[in-house]
Design a protein around this ligand. Structure first.
Ligand SMILES: Cc1cc2nc3c(=O)[nH]c(=O)nc-3n(C[C@H](O)[C@H](O)[C@H](O)COP(=O)(O)O)c2cc1C
Length: 427
């Protein structure tokens, strides 16, 4: 009996896959940019923009990526690269690779299981996962799913009691590192979110109804209990219904009176490594050290806070020169390839924190998507190091890169020479 067209088609698909053809676009996605495209296809605009968007005209967000492209490699051929070791350590923690998954809040807004799949993926890959204070699951719920190291990111809210409780809870879940984000005294204005009428929890309105119907998986996921919100604060703040993100933060959380003394206070409450996230000047880096921080994130929050801040990579050389080996420098903002990781390390970072890149994976395919992102980054980093002739993380220094001299402050209005930088530096 002749095959039906359907069984013939199925047989053909079987033959193709047996021959190595991958039908899942995730498996064949060669780059983070491809994963980003998958995420975009899977999400309504409002949800994709929460992840992809940045503040105001998104100048800083764009430059984070384009300035990393300004860094060029200087390969050293004919080096024995039979072994390329990407393991490293920071403040007593052994790390399988020189990067960690950074804090991304609001992951249930992009559908699926939110942060749950990502924390499982991090465990599988044995990479530290940074739980955000703004996560849509409590830190305890996330810790239950974790099998790898956890870091905790703290927002310094107005209430000292809330902050102390969060620190105690972070200790309770065994977080190894406390990351205090200092660049959100006010929440950046994100035009895309405003245009899209973004709210927490998300609401289906006449404006986004068609998109919600076209992305039913997403719509079902966001409707599932518990209601999407700032779940780490569920016992502290009774959730408003559908207020804008900015309004919520301003009303309940923003601490406009925050100063360096508050960091000294946190230092007294936390014995493990303490890193400040969002540093963009040597002055603040040196001040962070005096406040007791063990490390800093050179970061502009992925361009989501003060637009027209310098790209992170542009800010890195002066800061690295100023702090020397005295502090751990973590780099984030704009990392989209393993090459970018190698560049940031070569310019002066000790570690890199991954932001949107893992968010795109999570949005594209949850746990599996995050694992695919890690796979891509691991492969690209090893490839870049091998081609450079850098066989260990310690070996990756500035001799492997070139970048604009202006990033050392030369020719820029009021930027100090590294030797002139002190905490008291006033332009
Ligand atoms: C959707 C989203 C949520 C974020 N949430 C937080 C957060 O809760 N806390 C925090 O310190 N940073 C947060 N960030 C900033 C990231 O930790 C990181 O600094 C930024 O994404 C780095 O830039 P990149 O995405 O270009 O790599 C968030 C970023 C995104 C895209």
């Amino acid at each position: 009996m002749a095959d039906s067209p359907l069984s013939a088609a199925l047989e053909f698909a079987r033959m193709l896959t047996a021959g190595g053809l991958r039908l899942d676009p995730l498996d064949s996605a060669p780059s983070i940019e491809d994963i980003r495209r998958l995420a975009r296809r899977r999400l309504p605009t409002m949800a994709f923009d929460i992840l992809d968007g940045a503040s105001n005209h998104e100048l800083t967000a764009e430059e984070n990526v384009s300035d990393l492209r300004e860094v060029r490699f200087r390969p050293r051929w004919l080096t024995d690269i039979s072994t390329v070791d990407v393991s490293t350590s920071a403040d007593g923690q052994a790390l399988a690779r020189p990067y960690v998954l950074g804090p991304l809040g609001l992951q249930r807004m992009i559908g699926g299981e939110g942060e749950l799949g990502a924390v499982r993926a991090a465990g599988t890959a044995n990479i530290p996962f940074t739980i955000s204070t703004a996560s849509n699951w409590t830190m305890e719920e996330l810790a239950e799913q974790a099998s790898g190291p956890l870091w905790y990111q703290l927002y310094m809210y107005r209430s000292e009691q809330i902050v102390s409780n969060l620190i105690q809870r972070a200790k309770g879940i065994g977080a190894e590192v406390l990351v205090v984000t200092v660049d959100v005294p006010l929440n950046g204005k994100r035009y895309r979110d405003h245009r899209n009428g973004m709210s927490i929890p998300p609401r289906i309105t006449p404006r986004n109804a068609v998109q919600a119907i076209r992305h039913l998986d997403w719509t079902r996921a966001i409707m599932r209990p518990p209601t999407i919100g700032f779940r780490n604060l569920k016992d502290e703040i009774q959730g408003d219904n559908a207020v804008s993100h900015q309004e919520f933060v301003a009303k309940h959380l923003a601490n406009l009176a925050l100063t360096w003394e508050s960091i000294e206070d946190v230092r007294r409450q936390w014995d493990g490594p303490l890193y400040l996230k969002g540093i963009l000047t040597p002055e603040d880096a040196l001040r962070a050290r005096r406040a007791g921080a063990d490390g800093i994130y050179v970061s502009n929050h992925g361009g989501r806070q003060l637009d027209s801040s310098p790209s992170s990579i542009r800010a890195l050389p002066l800061i690295a020169d100023a702090v020397g080996d005295d502090m751990t420098i973590i780099f984030d903002s704009g990392i989209r390839t393993g090459d970018d990781i190698a560049k940031a390390l070569a310019v002066g970072a000790d570690l890199v924190s991954i932001g949107r890149a893992w968010g795109y994976g999570n949005a594209a395919a949850g746990e599996k998507g995050v694992l695919r992102v890690l796979d891509i980054l691991d492969g690209e980093l090893a490839l870049a190091m091998g081609q450079l002739g850098a066989t260990s993380i310690a070996a990756l220094d500035r001799s492997f890169v070139e970048y604009p001299e202006a990033w050392h402050g030369h020719g820029m209005h009021r930027a100090p020479e590294p030797s002139e930088v002190t905490e008291e530096f006033t332009p």
